[in-house]
Design a protein around this ligand. Structure first.
Ligand SMILES: *Cc1c(COP(=O)(O)O)cnc(C)c1O
Length: 433
């Protein structure tokens, strides 16, 4: 472990007394009221007023017709992919619901295009359904799926009928281009809006662009229920199908009648109470996160770095996490293995690993940006398509690998004070000395 204590660049600096978090839950009091209500009325299960209410509130907020409250964002994305798979299967065979026959894996043997630089929960659902993820490279303007790379992928595999994409760190992707490409190729879209609740593109909320969309209420997201997620769709039959799958696919019968494979994915009414209390504070959380983003941007004006970019003309992020990227010329030596990193100090330069370790030493939590899926051992044999074509060797140039090596997520907690943030900005300045 590097000895920051004796590094003269940090002389006289003390660690934070209390840890500054990346993004921790921020409660306001009303959460307690709705949890208590669930308790007092004994709706301590996966049925109740809180669930119904937040499904309504979320539909209204995102402008989507139906919301189905689920146990996690991952569950929402799984059922979103499964719904798309059922439609694809139905279109190609004329047969309804293969899962109804107990087969599951409705995507068996099918390729699916998906974001490369993201959390694995975006892409794992494709594998749950037997599909084969083909990773699409990112672009530098928003760090999301590159439309050019997606178009390339369709040239190579014109038969693909599903695209799964994410809005990273609350920044909307290039929706005009991406939706146009999907439409032209007759592909369904699943949108992972787990990190982008409240963010919009041309005034339209994220979570409403895909045919089936997932959001998350995990503990570190902009609004939390401690856990939880929601599927959003404009299609009534699909919302009903999703609700049925999520409650073990019980049919209306006097006994437990099962005509399809089911899941235990429904949200608890207690958790829905927390979310019900949180949702009215979404805009306030976004305002605070935006302040944090602006302060970092200003604080780094004299450093060879940039904060994570967005399309100022068309999109309004939710600023969930501020991330930064070090200019190529200002990168100090850094080598990452599968589980460990080596780095060296270098005057006027720094690296994500140095900054992250310095922040950790001073009791502040940062994080590397998502390690691209094509670099993950579990997915390394999968196809990976960039703007210039199929990326065959890991050493081939691509945007995802570059952002991963030069980028990091900064402490972006709602409750971080201005003084704490100033000190974090100071620590990062010192890393570049
Ligand atoms: C958090 C997250 C998820 C999964 O949500 P959970 O509620 O934790 O299951 C999916 N995708 C992305 C991009 C996320 O950040």
């Amino acid at each position: 472990m590097y000895n920051f204590k004796d590094d003269s660049r940090f002389a006289g600096m003390q660690p934070f007394k209390e840890k500054v978090w990346l993004s921790s839950p921020t409660m306001h009091g009303e959460e307690w009221k709705y949890m208590q209500e669930a308790y007092d009325t004994n709706w301590m299960s996966t049925v109740g007023a809180n669930i119904n209410k937040i499904e309504e509130m979320m539909a209204e907020k995102t402008g989507v017709k139906y919301g189905v409250a689920l146990s996690s964002g991952t569950a929402a994305l799984h059922l979103a992919v499964k719904l798309a798979a059922e439609h694809i299967y139905h279109t190609s065979t004329g047969i309804c619901t293969p899962s109804g026959m107990g087969s599951g894996g409705a995507l068996f043997g099918k390729r699916v295009f998906c974001s490369d630089m993201t959390f694995d929960a975006t892409v794992n659902p494709i594998v749950y359904e037997g599909g084969e993820p083909v990773f699409i490279d990112s672009e530098y303007d928003t760090w999301n799926m590159d439309p050019e790379a997606l178009e390339n992928a369709f040239q190579i595999h014109p038969d693909v009928k599903l695209v799964v994409f994410v809005h990273l760190y609350g920044v909307p992707g290039k929706m005009k281009e991406l939706t146009e490409i999907c439409k032209r190729h007759g592909a369904f879209m699943v949108e992972d809006a787990a990190e982008s609740l409240g963010a919009s593109y041309k005034g339209i909320q994220t979570g409403s662009f895909g045919d089936f969309n997932g959001v998350s209420f995990n503990g570190n997201k902009i609004i939390t229920g401690s856990s939880g997620g929601m599927l959003l769709t404009d299609r009534l039959e699909d919302a009903d199908q999703c609700r049925k799958w999520s409650t073990q696919s019980r049919e209306e019968a006097p006994w437990y009648q099962h005509e399809q494979i089911g899941y235990n994915y429904r949200m608890s009414n207690v958790i829905a109470g927390v979310i019900r209390g949180q949702l009215p504070y979404l805009e306030e959380h976004i305002r605070q996160k935006k302040n944090i983003y602006e302060r970092y941007k200003e604080g780094f004006a004299d450093l060879p770095v940039s904060v994570n970019p967005f399309d100022k003309n068309n999109s309004e992020p939710n600023y969930w996490l501020t991330a930064m990227m070090i200019d190529q010329e200002a990168m100090a030596p850094q080598i990452r293995g599968e589980r460990e990193a080596l780095w060296k100090t270098s005057p006027g330069k720094s690296s994500p690993t140095e900054i992250l370790e310095a922040l950790a030493y001073f009791q502040a939590e940062g994080r590397p940006v998502w390690k691209p899926m094509h670099m993950q051992p579990v997915y390394r044999n999968h196809e990976f398509v960039t703007a210039s074509g199929v990326c065959r060797a890991k050493t081939d140039e691509n945007v995802g690998t570059d952002i991963f090596s030069r980028g990091l997520c900064l402490p972006s907690d709602y409750k971080m004070t201005k003084e704490q943030q100033d000190k974090i900005i100071d620590i990062i300045h010192r890393c570049f000395r």
